[in-house]
Design a protein around this ligand. Structure first.
Ligand SMILES: NC(=O)C1=CN([C@@H]2O[C@H](COP(=O)(O)OP(=O)(O)OC[C@H]3O[C@@H](n4cnc5c(N)ncnc54)[C@H](OP(=O)(O)O)[C@@H]3O)[C@@H](O)[C@H]2O)C=CC1
Ligand SMILES: O=C(O)[C@@H]1CCC=N1
Length: 292
């Protein structure tokens, strides 16, 4: 069990600009692990009052969708976490830029959106941490990639790392590898869930009750991930240990091979990275449109 620090690790006002599933995953992790006090967390959205009420009652955070209050919160924040969808980023960043002072740290979780485009849309050389977390952060098992703009000093670098280290593992990468990382860990949980959906369905079709099929699938995925982590053995070596010559596993793997499983997964990761780049290009074009 993880030890809870008695006083919060971070003593900053953190504004989540966007209050959807990814913002909630991070906030839940930060608050459950007492990394930041609920009173220092502010979650803003555009319209859904119901959603804000839910977040306030669940976590005790401050919330707002009122334009005047939002402006005040944004101006007073030490850290602003951008957590809206890429399609909403252009307008949000253009409105945010004029409110900022140079020492406010921006942390973006927006897929595809580059640091250069963000600074262009903001119209300031703001220190920016570009991150790609995943939803497992909500239970402290996130995997987050981080890249820093050159304006990020050592203390802000540490601050960015602290936030995501509190909710899982972090890795610092060159910004131009962020789309590939998105294909692996940002979107990765969805591929695993999809695989689990199929395994559960197969169990049910084979006559297992839903509950049993689900429990067996969950434990199997959990156990397999832990085996890789704890034994230090390659997944391929562990796979071989499950696969008796001419046995049932081999028969199953042959079906996956016929469906080109290995290359299909690689193609999915590549397509995810490509889509992330496409989303980034759309936002860059919107910036260029304004520049000329
Ligand atoms: N979900 C995931 O697994 C991951 C997502 N990401 C990234 O996180 C970001 C958010 O994704 P996700 O949480 O899934 O999205 P959601 O659709 O769940 O949430 C988006 C939030 O942004 C708010 N919003 C939109 N425009 C504005 C605005 N102008 N001002 C204030 N709030 C605004 C929405 O408010 P309202 O509902 O009121 O319009 C909503 O609360 C995306 O950029 C995505 O690329 C990154 C890693 C993983
Ligand atoms: O689907 C998306 O665009 C986001 C990015 C990573 C996970 N979800």
């Amino acid at each position: 069990m993880c030890q809870q620090p008695s006083t919060p690790l971070l003593n900053h006002n953190i504004v989540f600009y966007g209050a959807g599933s990814m913002a909630e995953a991070i906030v839940r992790g930060l608050i459950n692990r007492s990394v930041v006090a609920a009173g220092n967390v502010i979650m803003l959205n555009r319209s859904s009052t119901e959603r804000l009420a839910e977040l306030r009652s669940r976590y005790g955070v401050l919330v707002s969708n009122d334009p005047a209050h939002k402006t005040e919160y944004l101006q007073n924040a030490s850290v602003i976490v951008l957590a809206m969808k890429p399609k909403d980023a252009t307008e949000a960043l253009k409105n945010l830029g004029p409110l900022l002072t140079p020492n406010q740290l921006i942390i973006s979780m927006i897929a595809g959106l580059s640091i250069r485009t963000m600074q262009g849309l903001l119209g300031t050389r703001q220190p920016i941490v570009r991150s790609m977390p995943n939803t497992s952060s909500s239970i402290g098992l996130g995997a987050t990639g981080l890249a820093f703009s050159k304006e990020v000093d050592e203390s802000n670098r540490r601050l960015g790392l602290n936030i995501f280290e509190a909710v899982g593992i972090t890795t610092v990468i060159d910004e131009d590898r962020m789309d590939t990382l998105t294909g692996i860990s940002g979107s990765g949980p969805a591929y695993i869930y999809y695989m689990m959906e199929a395994m559960i369905a197969a169990g049910i079709r084979g006559g297992l009750p839903l509950e049993q099929s689900t429990e067996l699938t969950v434990q199997t995925v959990l156990g397999a991930a832990r085996m890789v982590q704890q034994t230090g053995e390659e997944p391929a070596a562990l796979r071989k240990k499950v696969t008796s010559p001419n046995g049932s596993t081999q028969a199953a793997l042959e079906v996956l091979e016929r469906g080109d499983f290995f290359e299909t997964v690689i193609a999915a990761v590549n397509r995810c990275a490509e889509r992330s780049r496409e989303m980034g290009s759309i936002l860059e074009k919107e910036l260029m449109k304004d520049t000329y």
